[in-house]
Design a protein around this ligand. Structure first.
Ligand code: B12
Ligand code: SF4
Ligand code: SF4
Length: 268
């Protein structure tokens, strides 16, 4: 059986070696991943079906994969090069744009790599994001498999005012996950609620992401998804360059490249 330390080592080596994780300038998109585990039958996955959390569109691990035992979730933190280039100014950096689209290509390949490794060891595994019934309901801004909510269940982090998930390596990066029949002990959730790490939720002392959003999508009440989406798809500030690379719309991430939650859990 592949021990969890060995699995993390394989994922880390893949992250260092895979060419898709490199940009033309020679630097990497992602740093080493963080990993979390959760039992597939954890009651939290039924909670996700509640309308105020995700809704009935969400499929539980067992609905994706009858016989599922464990869900593995990971966070791929962006390297300093991707993060720092997006810190200043209003317009998204080209590095962040590549990190979003080329980065997700790498992320899909990492999911396939983990499945192959588990299958080679005699286990079954599946990534919802690679399945034909994986769905993003664009009008409702939700998916039948929300990577952030799954990562929350796996002890990887809690949500911010801007709705990004804050991990031990901050918010700036991307998530992925695998469902498998191998048994791993679950990661302890070190928090008591879905917004615990966000300073604004703690004592109203932050709100830095409100000021930072070029679209005005974030307020004390949270993030307005339609405004954010319109900024990415209609304002489409990087249209010329993103078309050159065949990317479908612009990226932004200004609310995720900001002190205090960009690269760590905010200190209280
Ligand atoms: C649809 C979508 C969007 C939509 C809507 C975003 C949203 N918040 O839902 C739009 C187009 C606006 C969008 C924008 C962006 N996205 Co997007 N998007 C997705 C997608 C495909 C699905 C998200 C989804 O299902 N949402 C479901 C709804 C229900 O989520 P929600 O409303 O935020 O959930 C709230 C409630 O559940 C509430 N809540 C109330 N009570 C309770 C109780 C409990 C117990 C819990 C857990 C929660 C809870 O808290 C949550 C947070 O507010 C995911 C990929 C995936 N399949 O997961 C990527 C994803 C969320 N996007 C991502 C990114 C990076 C971006 C952008 C930065 C774009 C870019 N690349 O530059 C922006 C960031 C916007 C922002 N500030 O969050 C990352 C998130 C990284 C992170 N650190 O969090 C994801 C996970 C992709 C990935 N594979 O990593 N995105
Ligand atoms: S910038 Fe501040 S208010 Fe916004 S998510 Fe991060 S900690 Fe929360
Ligand atoms: S991704 Fe950009 S437009 Fe969307 S909420 Fe964050 S800062 Fe605002």
């Amino acid at each position: 059986m592949i021990e969890k330390e060995e699995l993390l080592k394989k994922m880390s080596d893949f992250t260092m070696e895979e060419p898709l994780n490199y940009l033309e300038k020679g630097f990497r998109i992602f740093d080493f991943p963080l990993i979390g585990f959760c039992r597939a039958n954890d009651p939290i996955f039924k909670e996700m079906k509640k309308e105020h959390i995700i809704g009935s569109i969400f499929l539980s691990p067992e609905e994706w994969f009858p016989g599922a035992v464990t869900v593995i979730s990971y966070f791929l933190p962006f390297t300093a090069e991707v993060r720092c280039t997006n810190r200043s100014g209003e317009i998204t950096s080209v590095e962040w744009l590549h990190g979003s689209f080329k980065g997700e290509k790498f992320n899909l390949k990492l999911r396939r790599f983990i499945i192959q490794e588990l299958e080679a060891d005699g286990w079954r595994a599946l990534a919802p994001a690679l399945e034909s019934n994986y769905l993003i309901e664009h009008k409702m801004f939700r998916s039948n498999w929300s990577e952030r909510h799954v990562a929350y269940a796996e002890g990887l982090g809690t949500f911010g005012l801007n709705r990004g998930l804050i991990t031990e390596k901050g918010m700036s990066g991307r998530f992925g996950s695998i469902i498998t029949d191998i048994e791993y002990p679950p990661t302890v959730r070190k928090y008591n609620g879905p917004f615990e790490y966000c300073l604004n939720n703690r004592n109203g002392s932050c709100g830095a992401c409100i000021e930072r959003c070029p679209a005005g999508a974030i307020t004390e009440a949270g993030m307005e998804k339609a405004i954010c989406r319109s900024y990415l798809h209609v304002d489409d500030c990087l249209k010329e360059i993103r078309q050159k690379f065949g990317y479908p719309y612009s990226a932004c991430g200004k609310c995720q490249t900001i002190f205090p939650c960009e690269e760590e859990i905010p200190k209280f």
